[in-house]
Every structure is written in structure tokens, then in C-alpha cells.
Design a protein. Sequence first.
Length: 120
Amino acid sequence: MRTLCSSTLIGEFFIIGFAGLVAMKEPDLSTSTVWTVCGIAMFFSVLLCGLVTRPGGVTLGWALQIALVASGFFVPMMFFMGVLFGALWWASVHYGREIDAAKARFAAQAAGSPDTADAA
């Protein structure tokens, strides 16, 4: 799960940075405000790469997804990107857990059975 979720979060890091560039063109937003908010969100996405397997890590990831969708009020394209990355986050968590369970079953099966290379 860690690899899939981290890949999604790193993708979000870049999307947040590009959204910051677009938001700078908005006349109602100051450059310092845009980069403060984007910088915090980018730092949070990288930090979550290390926290995703800890208790509450996935929940914090969902909070980032909600914030990404909400950023669409300032950069309208982020509604679409937020939903897209929300779907990617769901898939990363869902299939990542399935992969982790399959790895655990395989490891338990390999530890419980004799070496099959000698049988061949």
C-alpha cells in the first residue's frame, strides 16, 4: 500500500505546485498567500508519504484529497483534478491493501511449506 499511496501523493505534490502557478494569475490572491498555502500543502503531501502506513495516515490522506477538491473554488480546474486524485487515492488504498494481504498470504504459505525446488 505504501508504494501506491506514495506515488499518488508525489503526483499531488506536482499538481499542487502547478495549481499554485495558475493561482498566481488570479488578481484577488497575493503571491505570498498562494505560495504559503501551496507550500504547506506540498509539504503535507510529501510528509504523508512516510505516514501513510501509520495509524491515521490514510485519514490524513483523505483530508488532503478534500482540500484538493476544495481548492477548485480558487482554481476551477482543481475540481476535476481533485476528484481524479481522490479516485486515485481510493484505488491506491484499496488495491494496496489487497496487495499487502496477498503478500502476507504468500509469505505465510512459503514459510509453512517445504522448499519446492527440491521436489522438481
